[in-house]
Design a protein around this ligand. Structure first.
Ligand code: PLP
Length: 408
């Protein structure tokens, strides 16, 4: 089961896509005065940029493609290092590795995001950028991260793939860094099946990202042109069909986020205080996406027992999100002589082994959020999920033998 935008795909998306199909013009480029050219990608970019309050937006085929184009736009070279949290998603690490750029990991904090205090310890003369990932819809501490970046003259590339529409201190994510990347895959806040976006306020970064996303071309009116200085690019573009869906989804974004925030507040309220546990830290409670509700237990044994009874998993066991749970990436870290394997990031291990994700809008067993509610859950269903969660927490707490077994 996917993200909230997926639940709300309807007539609006169909109408937008039919515009494109009736026109027969499926590629993003065209002559602005051609009546067949629906300009869906151009419009989607303009609308997305406006929603973020950014000067430019560039649509891409996927979030992974956006990450590759973004790193190219920052002119990162093989051997350069970027600082990434040890809890993220395989795509962010892979994009760096594909560029020959070395992802250097940091510990996370109890917001489940990159710990700003750990960043400085990881900086070397090769470090070029910090890549904060706003995990599970929760904005990172951008003030602290921005301060470290400024002090050391580093780029900030925000990975907003899990947090489209979220804001920190009234400003949309993606606009704090030199650029921000978004994903529109099925598990994200809004979706086009697959798709991505880059936002930036810099004309140069936009131009280089554009060039990276289409064979070194530069933007020109509704189309593209070669320039004096063409850099090698790939073909990472979005099609008109995808952009058509994206426009309809973007118009629903504020309603999706408003609904999720309301449902999450109800869920938290209905759960109430949990002895021996608390909710994760949110730096911007009113600005987060509210796609998930993370509970952090005081003890790992308790979290493991609760997860077991609920038929879900603690966050440290959520596969391709955790540094030591991606065999391919773990091997890469090992080959590079970098910290790898369980134990390499003890604070991250500790926090994630005590955490459970409850679904609110993103229902994804892969994130450990196979239990919870969805965007269409009724008040009764929310109450039921909360009651069940409380019951299981009480059961796990009374399960002394289990605790002792683990303690031995
Ligand atoms: C989903 C995701 C991506 C990649 O997005 P795709 O569109 O699937 O390529 C990158 N980073 C993070 C943190 C993600 O969650």
């Amino acid at each position: 089961m996917p993200g909230p935008g997926w639940y709300w795909i309807g007539e609006e998306e169909t109408r937008e896509v039919l515009d494109v199909m009736k026109s027969g013009h499926l590629v993003r480029y065209g002559k602005l005065d051609d009546p067949r050219f629906q300009q869906k990608t151009r419009l989607f970019e303009q609308e997305f940029a406006a929603h973020c309050g950014a000067k430019h937006a560039l649509a891409t085929a996927t979030g992974s493609a956006a990450l590759v184009a973004a790193m190219k736009a920052l002119q990162l070279k093989p051997g350069d290092e970027v600082i990434v949290p040890a809890y993220g998603f395989v795509a962010t690490y892979s994009a760096a590795v594909f560029m020959g750029v070395v992802p250097v990991l940091t510990e996370i904090g109890d917001d489940l995001n990159m710990d700003p205090e750990d960043i400085e310890r990881r900086i070397t003369p090769r470090t070029k950028a910090i890549v904060p990932i706003h995990m599970l819809g929760n904005p990172c501490n951008m003030e602290a991260i921005g301060a470290v970046a400024e002090k050391h003259g580093l780029f900030v590339l925000e990975d907003v793939c899990q947090a489209t529409g979220a804001a920190y201190r009234g400003r949309k994510l993606g606009t704090f860094g030199h650029l921000g990347v978004f994903s529109l895959n099925a598990f994200k806040v809004i979706t086009t099946g697959d798709g991505g976006m880059i936002v930036t306020n810099s004309d140069d970064i936009y131009d280089r990202a554009f060039s990276a996303h289409d064979q070194g071309y530069h933007p020109f009116e509704g189309g593209k042109r070669p320039a004096e200085q063409n850099a090698l690019g790939l073909k990472l573009c979005m099609t008109e069909l995808t952009a058509a869906v994206g426009r309809a989804q973007l118009r629903k974004l504020d309603l999706i986020l408003g609904t999720l925030r309301q449902k999450k507040a109800k869920l938290k309220n209905a759960i109430g205080p949990i002895p021996g546990a608390r909710f994760r830290t949110l730096h911007a409670p009113e600005g987060e996406c509210a796609t998930l509700c993370t509970v952090i237990f005081d003890r790992a044994e308790r979290a493991a027992r609760v997860a077991e009874i609920l038929g879900t998993r603690t966050v440290d066991n959520t596969g391709w999100h955790v540094y030591d749970k991606m065999d391919h990436f773990d091997q890469y870290l090992k080959d590079q002589g970098r910290p790898h394997g369980r134990g390499a990031f003890p604070r991250t291990d500790d926090i994630l082994s005590r955490s459970i994700n409850l679904s609110v809008g993103v229902v994804d067993a892969g994130l450990g959020a196979g239990f919870g509610i969805c965007i269409d859950s009724t008040d009764d269903e929310i109450q039921q999920a909360a009651d069940q969660f409380q019951r299981v927490c009480r059961l796990a707490a009374s399960d002394k033998s289990q605790d002792q077994n683990h303690a031995c």
